[in-house]
Write a protein that binds this ligand. Sequence first.
Ligand SMILES: O=C(O)[C@H](O)[C@@H](O)[C@H](O)[C@H](O)COP(=O)(O)O
Length: 242
Amino acid sequence: MSAPVEVRRHDDADLLVGDVASALLDRLEAAQARGEVPQIGLTGGTIADALHRELARRAADSSVDWSRVVFWWGDERFVEAASPDRNARQAREALLDHVGVDPAHVHEVPASDQVATAEEAAEAYSRALREHGAGFFEVLMLGIGPDGHCASLFPGHPAVHATDAIAVAVHDSPKPPPDRVTLTFEAMERCRAVWFIASGDGKADAVARALADEGSVEETPARGVSGEETVWWLDEDAASSL
Ligand SMILES: O=C(O)[C@H](O)[C@@H](O)[C@H](O)[C@H](O)COP(=O)(O)O
């Protein structure tokens, strides 16, 4: 681990989402004040959706210029572009469609009706990251599954061991849909901040395993990610086994 991991606990999911939204807006404002065009990595899942909606709700009151934010995803479900399962579509509906983003700054993983295989999608996404994503993500947000997965790095799956790659294809995902594309650990580590966001007692064991002194990345992939700064944003239920 590059730096100590910080755990921030919140009484409930609403407070958690509100606090992450404030911290993200502050961080984006600060980066833009330094003249940067910050790049962020979004995730999929329930708590991410709540966060995206909260960010959209606060857009009018914040001084973040969303047209000067670059969007990527930590993982994507390899389904058709219009599928409601797509992480990008969910993020567009909850956030991007409401805050005036620059379309050239939104880097989606290609969908299954755009390229033939998840491998091809992973290659195209890796290329895009190499070309436009130079430097660090300001913040990469990640959820965690009850099995300890993060992005689409699932316990026991080959993607957990991928090296010399930015993004790889995943098949037979235990969380539907089965075909996905995920950033690798190597790529995720190139971030100024990695923020895990977890809510609910269904996540408590996985969170405890991820933060335990000992354990394997193979069993709990979320153990394998850290940025220059790593923060676990938790509600009390998700933190209840710590
Ligand atoms: O594509 C996805 O599903 C994800 O990116 C995945 O890694 C997600 O973030 C976690 O599974 C948590 O999701 P929930 O918040 O829905 O439990």
